[in-house]
Write a protein that binds this ligand. Sequence first.
Ligand code: 13P
Length: 253
Amino acid sequence: MKIVAGNWKMFKTIEEAKAFFAELATTMPPQGDKVRVLVFPNYVALGALAEAHAVPDWVLLGAQDVAADAEGAFTGEVSPAMILSTRATHVLIGHSERRHVIGESADLLHRKLVNSLVASLIPVLCVGETLEERNASKMKEVVFGQLDTALADVRLSDGAQLIVAYEPVWAIGTGVNATNEQIEEAHRLIREHLKQLLGAAIGGFVAILYGGSVKPANFASIAGLPSVDGGLIGGASLKPVAFAELIAIAEQV
Ligand code: 13P
């Protein structure tokens, strides 16, 4: 099964989000259970979409962030229970823009991940190295460090409770996707490390997505790689036509 996940980042008002799904609903839904479709709108749109029943039932929803605590005096934060009170089932944790632009620490991301798991919200843990780190041959060290801190002392009963997304920072929004060889190497390393951290059975089951300049023109080649369980897509997920194309491609690989 392949996962096609759209991260809308800070785009789309409520009306724009509804219009997206109205158009997507006119396209062919994935047949059978070969493809799972996930969309991560902003919090405001997420609530409105759920209220209006505006999302086709073959699309799962997720939030782009979550608080590190269950409830309390944390101005501006949104808890797992609040996210689950919309139709959302998933949450992005540690996206590169939150690590590198907003400045979230590894410890904060660990607390967000544990807080989500406790609430049965499925974390999509994003990892990936910067260009400087890759050029210094530190991809493995950086990605393993991000997995180690986020998953410290985490025990899962089922590999479906977690998704990992490998998103090299230098490939995000740049138009330069990682090569198939770079993706295969990183995903193979991540798989081995997940097995060490979570046990062979569970670590072997966790889905690993690739993200970074995925578009219809390169998705068949990327999604067809044996180590790739799907894509986490930014820019190309914002247009219903392109997103529907990505879903159709995932059905065929
Ligand atoms: P782009 O697909 O726009 O490169 O963004 C990738 C991303 O950050 C998905 O989370």
